[in-house]
Design a binder for this molecule. Structure first.
Ligand code: PMP
Length: 371
């Protein structure tokens, strides 16, 4: 039997997605004892002690299903961001949120506007649904060109993805740019403006920049806007898979109807609630990233390595004369995991996550040896 005959057509062309591997897997595969992982933009300080306590306190409850409505989590988010619970939804990380939105809205006749080097999961969600990705080149090569994205909008455009700041380039769009873009968007063939899906996974890092916009401020005037964030980054709960989004109540209502009933697990909900209430831990993560980015910029400059200023907790740097893949492999051999960027069509670039100072020092030491 040819199973491919019954597989959704848009899935046939799927390439396997190779996510960052866990440290233990690499130690096993490479036979190296000491490995430093600077590959997946996690916060090396780890989660809030309050989150750890909440997980421990809830361990004896895991024989129950989690609260399908994430009630406590939505309540905590509602208090923290001063928005009604009806405008909030949750998911198993930003990754699931991208898929929930795609499954709800994207049809095969739709066009979805995406920046060339934007976070890769958007294009994959578009492909999954059999929609057409309209890829727009970036401004100066590395940042979302909102004017060009605007020009790419046609009556068939169902949605536009904006990553702010963008992974892997670390670049961001200013409040003035985003505001002008949202205002100017024309209506599509359904007589409504295309959805704007604003990915703010690195919000807490980027908000230290003066002209970085808080997407939530635009929700009131833009019912076509969906903003989402995650607990995987500054909150350091990547292993638990929990993210959250804000949108018009009609959008939220339909996401609620179509999502899997228990998509956010019980420990994740408890840890996320405790994390939101621990501002001090967020501050520590922000401060570390800011200080260590300065250290890495300084070292890149000394080495004559080109890099992009980042509003997030990672830096994209140029690996020339080596290919990114080669530098990645050499670094791996030295026990430092970075991320090559071939899947983003940035074959001479490597992304490094900003780690603890001693991890960054090790990275620099190995970079000096290799380059
Ligand atoms: N958006 C961006 C821009 C990201 O970098 C990531 C993580 N790599 C995500 C969304 C998804 O993160 P998570 O599923 O862990 O919330």
């Amino acid at each position: 039997m040819d199973i491919k005959k019954i597989i959704r057509k848009s899935c046939i062309g799927f390439e396997p997605y190779v996510a960052g591997k866990p440290v233990e897997t690499l130690k096993r595969e490479l036979g190296i004892k000491n490995i430093v992982k600077l590959a997946s933009n996690e916060n090396p300080l780890g989660p809030s002690p309050k989150a750890i306590k909440a997980i421990k306190d809830n361990l004896n409850k895991i024989f129950f299903y989690p609260d399908s409505n994430s009630y406590e989590l939505k309540k905590a988010l509602s208090e923290r961001y001063r928005l009604p619970v009806g405008n909030i939804f949750t998911g198993a990380g930003g990754d699931e949120i991208i898929e929930l939105v795609a499954k709800l809205f994207f049809n095969s006749s739709d066009e979805i506007v995406i920046s060339k080097h934007a976070f890769i999961r958007y294009a994959m969600a578009v492909q999954l649904m059999g929609s057409k990705a309209v890829i727009v080149p970036m401004k100066d090569g590395y940042s979302h060109d909102l004017k060009a994205m605007f020009k790419a909008v046609t009556p068939k455009t169902k949605a536009v993805f904006i990553t702010n700041p963008n992974n892997p380039t670390g670049t961001y769009n200013t409040k003035a740019e985003l505001s002008a873009f949202l205002k100017a968007l024309p209506k599509n063939s359904n007589g409504v403006k295309p959805l704007v899906i604003l990915d703010e996974a690195y919000f807490e890092y980027a908000k230290l920049k003066k002209d970085y916009p808080d997407g939530l401020e635009f929700l009131k005037d833009n019912p076509n806007l969906i903003v989402f964030r995650t607990f995987s980054k500054v909150y350091a709960l990547a292993g638990l898979r929990v993210g959250y989004g804000f949108a018009n109540e009609v959008v939220v209502d339909f996401i609620e109807r179509t999502r899997p009933p228990f998509n956010v697990n019980l420990l994740a909900q408890a840890a996320a609630v405790a994390s939101i209430k621990d501002g001090a831990q967020v501050k520590k993560g922000q401060t570390l990233a800011k200080k260590e980015k300065e250290y890495l910029y300084k070292e890149f400059k000394k080495l004559g390595v080109k890099y992009l200023d980042s509003a997030a907790n990672f830096i994209l740097f140029n690996s020339s004369p080596l290919k990114g893949k080669e530098l990645f492999a050499k670094m791996l051999g030295e026990g430092v995991i970075t991320r090559a960027m071939d899947e983003y069509e940035l074959s001479s670039w490597v992304r490094v996550t900003v780690g603890l100072h001693k991890e960054n020092e090790l990275f620099v030491k190995k970079l000096k040896k290799i380059m």
